[in-house]
Design a protein around this ligand. Structure first.
Ligand code: FAD
Length: 406
């Protein structure tokens, strides 16, 4: 059967029914799911399935079977029929049962190969336009942290959750040379805060410290926190494959964040729980456990709190949120409550989760947080008769231990 699908315009009102196979994790198993999406969402669905090592077994248009476009599922591109060509007859081979799932590490390697990197380099950066820049803090907070959104239209800068972009601030350094780029974790999902694609958001803390009796402000963080909507900004990237989410909807995600380290976690949590994101990503409806440990000096410094509270209300079975507010809460010894104290408190549950091969751990924030978490994990492991110095490299090798500190 051949079906012409020549209408590819934005006003295309047809719906495509696809059967996705093999999105399971780890051990061999077949997962099959049928979805119906409008034409406008078909490309992102095909890309996403390909990225996750899955396969589109059948596509039908308005209920009429078209093809089994195995090749389309392998390449991040539209199937021929969705590009406006004619569909081939169904391929009986493609309809055969799938071979066993590849291992998580192999699947990750395949998926990582398709992740966009260095689309824009410092010599020829993308020029983005600031759409929004507002404070994330409330009265009584320490310092300055802003949420900044850039319009990416007119270029090819795209990214996925867990990546970073580079910003080259205007002006010159003390030697009269152009400033070097600084990296910032992306705080938005691939679809951007407006879920329409074509924007990127950052969560930036203004660096401020005292030196020889003078207050010094960081060059790029000040540039970004002060920037006005409409301003043009040099953007590079995206970069980074360390902090990517596993594609599996039933993975468990433990997150340790301090301060602006919440940025990639915000992207993950939006992808998992934001209603408009879930509607946009029918192939990724998170069904595992996500547990965020967040460290901040004061309650007023907690970031994206309203969103997190709404996820707690909407997804109590899937989202857990544990805060360490150092200047307001006390640890068991009567000292300040840091994130590592919370890790120790919940060591049993954390280790039980880590023993599950579907569990991934993400750490992001200031570099200083690493030794504390490591110490807590060492103590917690020892209490269970385990050696953290041995276990951590194993988790890293299995691509389940993800760290990005700065
Ligand atoms: P600069 O003007 O470059 O000043 C920094 C320099 O000041 C330091 O190199 C050091 O020499 C000096 N300095 C800093 N603190 C002190 C001190 N206490 N005493 C004495 N000297 C000091 N930042 C965010 O806000 N949000 C993010 O999401 C984010 N993500 C990142 C992701 C990655 C992968 C990396 C590598 C970094 C990330 N950063 C993030 C940090 C960011 O890249 C910049 O380093 C930060 O904004 C400071 O840059 P700046 O130009 O303002 O400071």
């Amino acid at each position: 059967m051949r079906v012409s699908t020549g209408n590819t315009s934005g006003s295309d009102s047809r719906t495509f029914t696809v059967v996705i196979e093999s999105l399971g994790v780890g051990r061999p198993r077949r997962a099959t799911r049928q979805l119906t999406v409008p034409f406008q969402q078909l490309q992102s669905l095909v890309q996403s399935v390909a990225l996750r090592g899955g396969r589109l077994k059948i596509i039908s248009v308005d209920g009429q079977p078209l093809a089994a476009p195995e090749a389309a599922a392998q390449a991040p591109d539209l199937p021929a029929e969705a590009r406006g060509g004619e569909a081939a007859a169904p391929d009986p081979v493609a309809a055969d049962p799938l071979p066993a799932d590849p291992s998580p590490a192999k699947k990750a390697a395949v998926a990582h190969a398709d992740v966009p990197v260095n689309l824009y380099k410092p010599k020829d950066p993308f020029i983005g336009t600031v759409i929004d820049n507002y404070s994330l803090l409330v009265d009584g907070a320490i310092g300055r942290v802003n949420h900044i959104t850039f319009d990416l239209s007119g270029g090819n800068l795209h990214y996925i959750e867990g990546q970073s972009i580079g910003i080259i601030p205007d002006g010159a350094d003390a030697n009269g040379k152009p400033h070097k780029l600084r990296l910032y974790s992306i705080a938005s999902t691939r679809h951007g805060d407006n879920i329409e694609d074509g924007t990127v958001s950052l969560c930036v803390r203004q660096l401020e410290y005292e030196k020889e009796g003078q207050t010094i402000y960081g060059v790029c963080s000040t540039f970004l926190c002060d920037i006005e909507p409409g301003a043009k900004v040099k953007i590079t990237g995206p970069v980074g494959k360390e902090m990517l989410l596993p594609p599996d909807e039933d993975a468990n995600i433990i997150m340790f964040a301090t301060g602006t380290g919440i940025a990639p976690m915000r992207a993950y949590l939006r992808r998992m729980f934001e209603p408009a994101e879930r509607a946009k990503n029918p192939e990724y409806h998170f069904a595992g456990k996500a547990w965020l440990f967040m460290g901040a000096p004061k309650t007023a410094n907690l970031l994206y709190e309203d969103d997190l509270q709404s996820y707690l209300t909407e997804f109590p079975e899937n989202f857990r949120y544990t805060k360490a507010i150092s200047r307001e809460q006390q640890n068991a010894k009567g000292g300040r409550m840091y994130i590592q104290d919370r890790v120790l408190e919940h060591a049993d549950e954390i280790f039980a989760m880590i023993e599950n091969p579907k569990t991934h751990v993400y750490m992001c924030g200031l570099r200083g947080m690493e030794p504390g978490i490591d110490e807590a994990m060492t103590a917690a492991a020892a209490a269970k008769g385990l050696n953290w110095a041995e276990r951590r490299p194993q988790l890293k090798k299995a691509e389940r231990w993800h760290v990005e500190t700065y």
